[in-house]
Design a protein around this ligand. Structure first.
Ligand code: AMP
Ligand code: ZN
Length: 473
C-alpha cells in the first residue's frame, strides 16, 4: 500500500499521516454559518473535505467526521431582529437548504452536524476551566475574554508575530474593556437584541452568548476527544478562528488539539474571493437553474489541487460538463451486458489494475485529485480502445468495472442520468445472481418471484445455454 501523506498547515510541510489509533480518523470540519444558503466558495471547501473523507475510506480507515452548524452569531441575530424572528426561526430553513445542496453535490453525510446552540453547557464548562486556569477573565463589560498574553504558544499556527498583533491592532479596537486589544471573547454579555431573538443564556457571568470560536473547541472535544486527527476548513479560518480554537483547547487540556491542520484554498470569481459581502456569490440553486450537473461541479473542483486557488468561469464549467459526459459514456459502455458479452483483452485487465494503483498513489499523496483525474481519463481512453477489439475475455471486463467503481467511489463524477442507468444495471445483475442461486437450491418459487419482480420493472430474461441474458421490454 502506498504511503499516505497530507500537508499540515502547522508545520507548512507534507507529512506522513495515519489516524492515532491506526483505524478511525477523527476529523473536525468547520461548517457553515446558517444565515444564508452557503455559496459555491463554501462548497469548494466542503467538497475538499468530502474528497478527504472518501480518500481516507479508500485507504481503509473508518471516518468519524463532525461538521458544526453555527446557528448563533452577529449576522444571524441581526437578521432575526430585522425580521422579528428568533434565531432558530432564521436558521432552521437555512439548515434544510444546506442539506439539500449538500446532497445535490453528493457530499457524503458527516457522522454528526452539531448545532452551537445545543452545546451551551459544554461551552460554559470550557470557559469555567479557562477562568480557573487563569487564562480567561471577566472584563468590565461583563464579557469573558481569553488572555492571549497568558498563552505563550499563541500564534503558532498562523505564525503571526504576536507582538505586532498586540500593539498594532490596539488602536483599531473600539472596545477598551479588554486588557489586551487582541484578547478575544469567549462569552459575550447579552444585549437587548440577543434577549429579543432568543440568543441569550444563563451563565456564571450573567446572561450572555458564546463567542464564535468557542463552539468548535467545545463540540470537537465533546464529540471526538481532546486530540483530533485532522481539523479542516478554508484558508481564511487559519487566523483568527483556528488560532483561537487552539488557544482555548490547549490552554484547557494541555494536550495537542489537532495532530494535523488542513486548509483548502479559495474559490474566486474574476480573481476575487467569493464572499457574501462582495456580492459575487454563486449558489447551488443558481447552478441547478443553469442546468449544471453535480458531476460537472465535482469535476471542476477536483481538477485543481485543493491548495491552489480556483477561478470560477463559464468556460471551466463547460469543459467539466464535457469531461463528465465522457465519463458517463464510458460508465454506460462498461455496464452494458453487450460489453460483457463481447469481452475484453488481457491489456484491459492490466490497464485497469494500473489505473487503480496510479489513482491511489495520487490521492494518497496529499489528495492529488487532478492527477487522479488524469489517470482516470487515460484509463478511459485505453479501455475504450481495448474494448473495441472485442477480445472475448469476460473477466477483463469485470476487472475494468471493478476498477472504475473503485475510482468513482471517491470522485463520484458520473452524471445523474447515467448513474440512474448504472444503478438499474447493478440491481438487475444482483437480482439475476439471486435467481441463479435460488434455482441452484431448487427453490423455483423464489426464482419465479424474482423473474416477476424484474418483469415489474420492464426487465425480460432469456435463459440460454446455462446463461441468463436480459433486456428492457
Ligand atoms: P462560513 O459559512 O463563512 O463560516 O464558511 C464556511 C466555510 O467556507 C469555511 O471553511 C470557510 O473557510 C469556507 N469559505 C468561505 N469562503 C470561501 C471561498 N471563497 N472559497 C473557499 N472556501 C470558502
Ligand atoms: Zn470552527
Amino acid at each position: 500500500m502506498a504511503d499516505f501523506r497530507l500537508y499540515n498547515t502547522m508545520t507548512r510541510r507534507v507529512e506522513p499521516f495515519a489516524p492515532a489509533d491506526g483505524k478511525t480518523v477523527r476529523m473536525y470540519t468547520c461548517g457553515p454559518t446558517v444565515y444564508n444558503p452557503a455559496h459555491l466558495g463554501n462548497f469548494r471547501t466542503f467538497l475538499f473535505e468530502d474528497l478527504m473523507r472518501r480518500v481516507f475510506a479508500l485507504r481503509g480507515w473508518t471516518v468519524r467526521q463532525v461538521m458544526n452548524l453555527t446557528d448563533v452569531d452577529d449576522k444571524i441575530i441581526k437578521r432575526a431582529q430585522e425580521q422579528g424572528k428568533s434565531i432558530t426561526e432564521v436558521t432552521e430553513p437555512v439548515v434544510e437548504i444546506f442539506h439539500r445542496d449538500r446532497e445535490f453535490l453528493r457530499i457524503q453525510r458527516a457522522e454528526e452536524y452539531p448545532k452551537a446552540t445545543a452545546f451551551i453547557p459544554e461551552m460554559i464548562a470550557l470557559v469555567e476551566t479557562l477562568v480557573a486556569r487563569g487564562v480567561a477573565y471577566q472584563a468590565d463589560d461583563g464579557s469573558v475574554y481569553f488572555a492571549i498574553g497568558k498563552f505563550p504558544a499563541y500564534g503558532k499556527l498562523s505564525r503571526l508575530d504576536t507582538r505586532e498583533v498586540k500593539s498594532g491592532a490596539r488602536v483599531l479596537q473600539d472596545d477598551y474593556s479588554k486588557e489586551n486589544a487582541q484578547d478575544f471573547a469567549l462569552w459575550k454579555s447579552a444585549k437587548a437584541e440577543d434577549e429579543a431573538t432568543g440568543a441569550a443564556w444563563d451563565s456564571p457571568w450573567g446572561r450572555g452568548r458564546p463567542g464564535w470560536h468557542l463552539e468548535c473547541s467545545a463540540m470537537a472535544m465533546q464529540l471526538l476527544g481532546e486530540t483530533l486527527d485532522v481539523h479542516c476548513g478554508g484558508i481564511d479560518l487559519v487566523f483568527p478562528h483556528h488560532e483561537d480554537e487552539i488557544a482555548q483547547s490547549e490552554a484547557a487540556t494541555t494536550k495537542t488539539f489537532s495532530r494535523v491542520w488542513s486548509h483548502g484554498a479559495f474559490l474566486l470569481t474574476d480573481g476575487a474571493k467569493m464572499a457574501k459581502r462582495v456580492g459575487n456569490v454563486f449558489t447551488v440553486a443558481g447552478l441547478r437553474e443553469a442546468g449544471i450537473s453535480a458531476a460537472a461541479v465535482r469535476h471542476f473542483v477536483f481538477n485543481t489541487h485543493y491548495r491552489k486557488e480556483l477561478n470560477l468561469s463559464d468556460q471551466a464549467l463547460d469543459a467539466s460538463t464535457e469531461a463528465v459526459r465522457r465519463v458517463g459514456d464510458f460508465a454506460r459502455r462498461l455496464r452494458s451486458p453487450a460489453t460483457l458479452e463481447l469481452g475484453g483483452t488481457p491489456g484491459l485487465a492490466h490497464g485497469a489494475e494500473a489505473a487503480v494503483l496510479r489513482v491511489e498513489e495520487a490521492l494518497f499523496d496529499d489528495l492529488n485529485a487532478p492527477e487522479a483525474l488524469a489517470a482516470l481519463f487515460d484509463f478511459i481512453r485505453m479501455a475504450n480502445a481495448e474494448l473495441d477489439r472485442k477480445g472475448g475475455d469476460r473477466e477483463a471486463v469485470e476487472r475494468a468495472r471493478a476498477a472504475f467503481d473503485r475510482i468513482d467511489r471517491v470522485l463520484d463524477i458520473v452524471p445523474e442520468e447515467v448513474r440512474g442507468d448504472t444503478e438499474l444495471v447493478r440491481w438487475v445483475e444482483e437480482r439475476i445472481a439471486a435467481r441463479r442461486e435460488a434455482r441452484m437450491r431448487r427453490d423455483f418459487a423464489a426464482s419465479d418471484r424474482i423473474r416477476d419482480e424484474l418483469a415489474g420493472r420492464g426487465v425480460v430474461l432469456e435463459d440460454a445455454g446455462g446463461e441468463t441474458r436480459w433486456r428492457l421490454s
